[in-house]
Design a protein around this ligand. Sequence first.
Ligand SMILES: [Zn+2]
Length: 270
Amino acid sequence: MLVRAIGPTGLRTAHTGALAYANDAPKIPAAAIAAEDADRLQRMVDRGDRVVVRLAMEAHFEPDAPSANVVGEIRGRERPEEIVVVSGHLDSWDVGAGATDDGGGCVVTWEALRIMKKLNLRPRRTVRVVLWTNEENGGRGGLAYRDQHRGELGSHVMMMESDGGVFRPLGFGFTGSDQAREKVKGIATLLSGIGADQVSPGGGGADITPATQEGRIPAMSLEVDGSKYFLIHHTPADTIDKIDPIEMAKCAAAVAVMAYVVADLPERLQ
Ligand SMILES: [Zn+2]
């Protein structure tokens, strides 16, 4: 099976991604090809050419190996047992550097905590940054967090993931009660100066979903201008030069403001 790149055409970059086989199905080899090459094959087929593809692949599965999420936090000054999580994932596809998926998400979430520390701000509740492992080929960092923190999921006030790139921030996606949504919308108005004040339906992320679903925890995602995301995501073009430091700094500011205010609300978000 040859899979056409899911991004727009333009860089002739093949688009890597996960593939899962059903236990009772044959393991048919699958490879990604660039949109330009897929289009060419299509043209050949359309004009009746006999298409022959020679495919040399080295891809294979290695046995599982130990890995870990990276976790740090600023303990809350009044209710340290109540937790706000901000997060991104550490792993990526090795065709590129994973700068935007999801190195940038890791940087803007740990920057959020660094900004609070630098400004000497300690919110009422704990703000925890989690850099997830194994998002791309199994999600086991998110599953392990859910299992290991099962006893304190009820104390999680909100979980956020940044996994859509760190381009110009537009605001946040939010999943939770109507009451909490209104509160979050109010907080987002603080970010109108950088144009990051939208709150759209459907927040979350692959890594936080196991915990937010089981603990019924309000879930958020950082929403950005994603028009360039799929041009580079999961391809050899996902390198640091594609990241604009100003846009990234605005993403960090947006995450910092939202996380800080939610963690510092007099009454818990619910
Ligand atoms: Zn990702």
